[in-house]
Design a protein around this ligand. Structure first.
Ligand code: FES
Length: 103
């Protein structure tokens, strides 16, 4: 039941970094870790901060506001003060484009 949306060229992806993008009115954070690509909601579950302004270390994104952390693979909190998981979205690279399915 995936509704894939073409969001960008694959070569526009950052390298081992995070970028924010509004897709269909939803603020989405897109992460790369090596060859892997992940997507979650961009708004931290703890407060009014965009995770694309944070720091990505491997599969872990650190929120810029209170330094809470999430695993970008499943959205689960990995460091206080965050306790609520991020919503994750399906994302794939195909034919030189990046495709997102907003959950
Ligand atoms: Fe993200 Fe507080 S707003 S940790």
């Amino acid at each position: 039941n995936n509704n894939w949306i073409d969001i960008m060229a694959a070569d526009a992806l950052p390298s081992d970094d995070v970028v924010g993008l509004v897709v269909g009115g939803r603020d989405i954070a897109i992460y790369t870790a090596g060859d892997a690509v992940y997507a979650t909601d961009n708004l931290c579950t703890h407060g009014n901060a965009r995770l694309c302004d944070g720091f990505l270390d491997g599969h872990e994104i650190e929120c810029p506001l209170h330094q809470g952390k999430f695993d970008v693979r499943d959205g689960k909190p990995t460091c206080a003060p965050v306790t609520e998981a991020l919503r994750t979205h399906a994302i794939k690279v195909q034919d030189g484009r990046v495709w997102l399915s907003v959950a």
